[in-house]
Design a protein around this ligand. Structure first.
Ligand code: SAM
Length: 439
């Protein structure tokens, strides 16, 4: 008999991950963090586990509603793993290409691994019933926020903020995200990168160094990735750094820098710049260091609080500042679908207050004539144009110089990008120039 440890069933692994992440019995951990710590990483099994985790988080609300409607008596709280197994099964039946009979057979067996053999019959019966339906049929009568798998508070907020676009935003937030890359301009041209990646690669239309690759590939399979030829980064997230203006040898502050996606981009665009990458989290700053090492770039890494420059600023003004502020992440729900179930309406005023204090704290550090680019991956106007409009109203020497395209949604300041299927994430940026003093 082999002494090899028995491989962990990917479906069982998914249930365990979801049990930590989702409200119920879990501790509300972030899906990405829990997956990062999983032993079951690559290969087909890892792919299945990840697909189940992301898929269930993405479609949680209608899946749960259908399940609740079928149960004659509710499942007890202690049966949360059985509920999660059922949700995984429903997701697989309705949103994956895997054969229905294989899915229906896999989950009753899984109940034994969950120490819940009593649930095998129930799981078998429910999945058989579901296998005769499509998601469209199962969800046909559901109200819009349920069908779009959104928490009620967020749906209401989007209806208020985006009365004409709320449904489209919800639909784009449900689709799996595209795989976006940034080409390292110091190492190759975008045309060369497109040719190297071959079939399935296309250029982004907004950010000059962005590419999409479909189907996605593991980064290790991208030629030159380890040497720094590419970084994984959404097209919209590439825009803020492109709009900085950095003079030769200029001094740049990347506030809220970790894990360093934009720090690397700044150094690719202005290799001679003196870049300070600031973040509150030491653990996350370590990831900035790793990213920069791969790109062969260097920055000064500083642990500090943006709202308290006295704790870290040496007094020399910055020529350019990027503030990629902590936010609700409501523009990237397709990438981080668990955020829908973690975030609360009460978080919004707290985040908006922090963002305002960050803007006010950084503005005096900017040299007159310099530019501060404010960015969020939020689809909530209080964090975006309303935040910047209020900042402009209280800051006499700030001018909004955001290059907003004519077809962008109408907002009071800056540029709001809506999430697009096979296109950019939901994102916001504002380019704020500091007026030179007049004599
Ligand atoms: C949106 S993420 C930044 C992403 C990063 N710019 C990139 O492109 O990879 C926000 C970051 O803000 C940091 N942060 C939150 N509050 C902060 C504060 N008061 N001072 C400094 N950094 C803070 C978080 O640790 C987190 O790394």
């Amino acid at each position: 008999m082999s002494n090899e440890p028995k491989a962990l069933d990917p479906r069982l692994a998914a249930v365990r991950v979801l049990n930590r992440v989702l409200p119920g019995s879990g501790d509300g951990a972030s899906l990405r963090e829990v997956l990062r710590a999983q032993p079951l990483e690559g290969g087909q099994a890892g792919g299945l586990m990840r697909d189940l985790c992301f898929g269930v988080c993405r479609h949680l609300r209608p899946l749960n509603q259908w399940l609740n409607e079928q149960l004659q008596k509710p499942l007890q709280a202690s049966a949360q793993p059985v509920r999660l197994a059922l949700l995984c099964g429903l997701y697989e039946l309705w949103f994956s290409e895997r054969p229905a009979h294989a899915v229906v057979n896999a989950y009753p067996e899984l109940c034994r691994g969950l120490q819940a053999p009593w649930a095998s019959g129930l799981v078998n019966a429910l999945l058989r019933k579901a296998s005769r339906l499509t998601a469209e049929q199962a969800f046909a009568d559901y109200k819009e926020p349920v069908r779009l798998a959104l928490p009620g508070w967020l749906w209401k907020q989007w209806q208020q903020d985006w009365p004409d676009q709320a449904t489209a935003i919800g639909e784009a937030s449900l689709a799996p995200p595209p795989f976006g890359l940034r080409v390292n301009r110091l190492r190759l041209t975008r045309e060369h990168a497109l040719a190297t990646l071959g079939e399935g690669a296309r250029a982004g239309t907004l950010a000059p160094w962005s590419l999409y690759l479909s189907p996605p590939r593991p980064v290790a399979a991208l030629p030159g990735f380890e040497q720094g030829d590419f970084s994984v980064q959404d097209e919209a997230a590439q825009l803020p750094a492109e709009y900085l203006h950095v003079p030769d040898q200029g001094r740049v502050l990347d506030a809220c820098a970790a894990p360093g996606g934009k720090t690397g981009q700044i150094l690719e665009a202005w290799p001679g710049a003196r870049v300070t990458a600031l973040d509150l989290s030491g653990a996350r700053l370590a990831r900035v260091a790793q990213n920069l090492t791969r790109l062969g770039a260097g920055a000064e890494l500083v642990r500090g609080d943006v709202t308290d420059p006295a704790g870290w600023w040496d007094g020399e003004p910055f020529d350019a500042i990027l503030l990629d502020a902590p936010c609700s992440a409501t523009g990237i729900l397709r990438r981080q679908p668990d955020v829908k179930w973690h975030r609360r309406r009460e978080d919004l005023p707290v985040l908006a207050d922090l963002q305002a204090r960050m803007l006010d704290a950084l503005w005096p550090l900017l040299r007159p004539g310099g530019t501060l680019v404010y960015a969020t991956c939020s689809m909530i106007r209080a964090e975006n144009d309303q935040q910047i409009t209020a900042f402009l109203a209280r800051t006499g020497d700030a001018v909004d110089e955001t290059p907003r395209p004519a077809d962008a949604p109408a907002v009071s300041a800056g540029w709001q990008l809506l999430p697009e299927d096979n296109g950019p994430d939901g994102f916001y940026l504002a380019c704020l120039r500091k007026r030179e003093a007049t004599a």
